[in-house]
Ligand binder design. Structure first.
Ligand SMILES: [Zn+2]
Length: 391
């Protein structure tokens, strides 16, 4: 049995609530328990005391990132200029950047040539965050993010694309159900696939044991993705050609259905203005998300890290503030959303997002009380990954 490590702090948020505990006990990369009494640690234990003003949290989860994008002003151009070797170095740097901000789990929803899966398979990957990966997102020929290499149309090709991802070891199947802003010629408000095609993709994904994530902007794409049985809906902006429009009945249906809404929030302070297509629509997007949340929708943050200069790979902690300001979550709801609820939503219940005996010892220690000031999650004192301090 290896050595015990005790982390001491004034508060512990366990993924559900702030506990009276004053410490967390780690061993062999796992949480062994909570130290509720502040008792003398066993003599063999190592103690890291962060002081009464600090709080220990489960490592945060970003449910939607693109490690392959470099957060430059033109990520499509950058990507074209990266060969696979340069790309692999960039993927590693991007993931470490997230980890050092306390983002101990990322779900990559679109890479090129499955390089993200190779990254996590390389030896020594404990110094990286836990990475779930979709590989190249499935899209139409010349459709949104076609340059990532995931083009497939027709039910036979779509089912084959799903099986290829399963065989490669992907954790989730990502489908560009609508167009997107990043791709020249793509129209976000327009659907790329019909309902029958979407049903085939989801059925095949579930048959091989993978969840399915739907990139959706237009209302028809959102409605079809819910109907087809996707597990998570990404973005959910309800874009029209020139604005935003959501049928309240569909918002209520999403909330009642239980499908997870992954909301695209979070930018760093001083970030450049949002995409000109998005800026004037942000208030309406937030109002719809807020309505779904109040109606009981399961909602988690997915930053789309990497896609713009305002969204570097360590942006997720800023998304919690956005969940409070724009969606109307309480700080406690925002903390749950980025930890235990996110873990449940992406298939990591029990292992991630909780400080409970047996869970992985992926932890973030911050200076401050996140219930009093959610922005304190950006004031990082330490990060642990599988029990090892990485910052
Ligand atoms: Zn994305």
């Amino acid at each position: 049995m290896s050595r015990l490590l005790v982390l001491r702090a004034g508060q512990v948020f366990d993924g559900e609530r702030v506990r009276g505990a004053k410490g967390v006990v780690l061993q062999d990369g796992k949480i062994r328990g909570l130290d509720t009494g502040g008792a003398q640690a066993p003599v063999e234990a190592e103690v890291a005391d962060f002081g009464p003003e600090a709080c220990v949290l489960p490592g945060l989860i970003d449910a939607h990132v693109h490690l392959a994008f470099d957060a430059s002003a033109d990520v499509v151009e950058s990507l074209a200029n990266y060969d696979d070797s340069t790309m692999s170095q960039h993927l590693q740097a991007a993931s470490v950047q997230a980890l050092h901000a306390g983002v101990t789990t990322v779900r990559d929803l679109g890479d090129r040539r499955y390089l993200t899966l190779k990254l996590r398979q390389r030896p020594g990957s404990a110094a990286l965050p836990h990475i779930l990966a979709a590989g190249p997102p499935i899209t139409t020929h010349g459709g949104h993010c076609y340059f990532l290499g995931g083009e497939a149309e027709g039910q036979t090709a779509l089912r084959a694309a799903v099986r290829e991802r399963a065989e490669r070891g992907c954790d989730v199947v990502k489908v560009m159900v609508s167009g997107g802003n990043l791709t020249a010629g793509s129209q976000p408000h327009q659907s790329q696939y019909d309902l029958a095609a979407l049903r085939a993709v989801v059925e095949e994904a579930h048959r091989v044991g993978l969840p399915a994530a739907a990139h959706v902007h237009g209302a028809q794409a959102v409605a079809d993705a819910v109907e087809a049985g996707f597990d998570t809906l990404e973005h959910v902006t309800f874009f029209t050609a020139d604005g935003v429009s959501a049928d309240p009945a569909l918002l209520d249906r999403i909330a009642a259905n239980g499908v997870v809404v992954s909301v695209t929030v979070g930018t760093i302070p001083g970030a450049p203005a949002p995409h000109p297509a998005i800026a004037p629509r942000m208030a309406a997007i937030a109002a719809n998300h807020s309505r779904m949340f109040r109606a009981g929708a399961t909602m988690i943050p997915g930053t789309d890290a990497g896609v713009t200069p305002g969204k570097p790979h360590d942006v997720l902690p800023y998304a919690l503030q956005a969940l409070v300001d724009r969606i109307g979550m309480t700080p406690l709801q925002a903390l749950r959303s980025a930890t235990s609820i996110a873990a449940n939503a992406i298939g990591l219940a029990g292992a991630k997002g909780r400080i409970t005996p047996g869970a992985d010892a992926d932890l973030l220690v911050i200076r401050g009380n996140p219930l009093a000031d959610i922005a304190s999650v950006t004031d990082v004192a330490a990060v642990y990954r599988a029990g090892a301090r990485v910052r």
